[in-house]
Design a protein around this ligand. Structure first.
Ligand code: GSH
Length: 214
C-alpha cells in the first residue's frame, strides 16, 4: 500500500523549494494550501508545525518541517530518484545543506531586514558576518558544477534554491557561473512542473491576502 504523503504550503513561500523536491521524487502527494495568517496559525496546523510556518510534509504519519530537512528526508525516502548523496558525496552534502539552513538563512534574512551584527559580536553570531558567509556560499561552485561535485543531488535543490533566490532578490551578486548554475536547475522538468503548479495557485495566496472566509 502506498504511504500517504501530504504537502502543506503556500505558493508564495519557501514551499516552492519543497515542491521542486517532491516533483523530483515522482511521488504521489496531496497538497494542502494555507493562507498566511489565521490558517497557518490555526490549532490544526499548529499541531503539524508549532512554528506556524510552511512548508511541512506528513509522510506515513510523521511530520518533517524545514526545507533543508524536507529535501534530505525525501531524497532518502525515495531513493530511486538518485538524489541522496553517495558515500563520497556525504561530506559536501551535509556540510553545505547545514550551512545553507543555518548560517546562510540567518545572514541573508538579517541582511534583508537591515540587521547587522556589530563587529565586536561577530564571534558570537553563528554566521560571523554577512560578507564572510556570502563569500563562503558562492565559493562552493568555484571548482565544481554541482554542490557535491559532478552530480545533481538534493543539495542542489536546497542550497541551489537559496542561491537562486539570493540572486533574484539581490542579496547575492550575479556572476556568469551562478547564472549558469541556476539556469541548469531551472531547466529540469521537475522544476518546471513544480513552478507551473505553484504559479497556477498564486491568486489569493499572497502575504497580504486573508482567506476568503476571514
Ligand atoms: N526555516 C524555515 C523557514 C520557513 C518560513 O519562514 N516560511 C515562511 C514562508 S517563506 C512562513 O511560513 N511564514 C509565515 C509566518 O511566519 O507567519 C524553512 O526552511 O522551512
Amino acid at each position: 500500500m502506498m504511504t500517504k504523503l501530504t504537502f502543506y504550503t503556500n505558493p508564495m513561500s519557501r514551499g516552492r523549494i519543497a515542491r521542486w523536491m517532491l516533483e523530483e521524487t515522482g511521488a504521489d502527494y496531496e497538497t494542502v494550501l494555507l493562507h498566511y495568517g489565521p490558517e497557518m496559525q490555526s490549532d490544526n496546523y499548529k499541531a503539524i508545525n508549532p512554528m506556524m510556518k510552511v512548508p511541512a510534509i506528513v509522510h506515513g504519519g510523521k511530520t518533517v518541517t524545514e526545507c533543508g530537512a524536507i529535501c534530505a528526508y525525501l531524497a532518502e525516502a525515495f531513493p530511486d530518484a538518485g538524489l541522496a548523496p553517495l558515500p563520497e558525496e556525504r561530506a559536501d552534502y551535509y556540510r553545505w545543506m547545514f550551512f545553507a539552513a543555518g548560517p546562510w538563512e540567518q545572514a541573508s534574512t538579517n541582511r534583508a531586514m537591515g540587521f547587522n551584527v556589530p563587529s565586536e559580536h561577530s564571534g558570537m553570531a553563528g554566521y560571523g558576518d554577512f560578507e564572510r558567509t556570502l563569500a563562503t556560499l558562492t565559493s562552493i561552485l568555484d571548482d565544481r558544477p554541482h554542490i557535491c561535485g559532478d552530480r545533481f543531488t538534493a543539495a542542489d535543490i536546497y542550497v541551489g534554491s537559496q542561491i537562486a533566490w539570493g540572486v533574484q532578490f539581490g542579496t547575492i551578486p550575479t556572476t556568469p557561473r551562478l547564472t549558469n548554475y541556476i539556469s541548469r536547475g531551472m531547466a529540469r522538468p521537475a522544476f518546471q512542473r513544480a513552478t507551473e503548479k505553484d504559479d497556477a495557485e498564486m491568486d489569493g495566496y499572497g502575504p497580504e491576502t486573508p482567506p476568503a472566509n476571514a
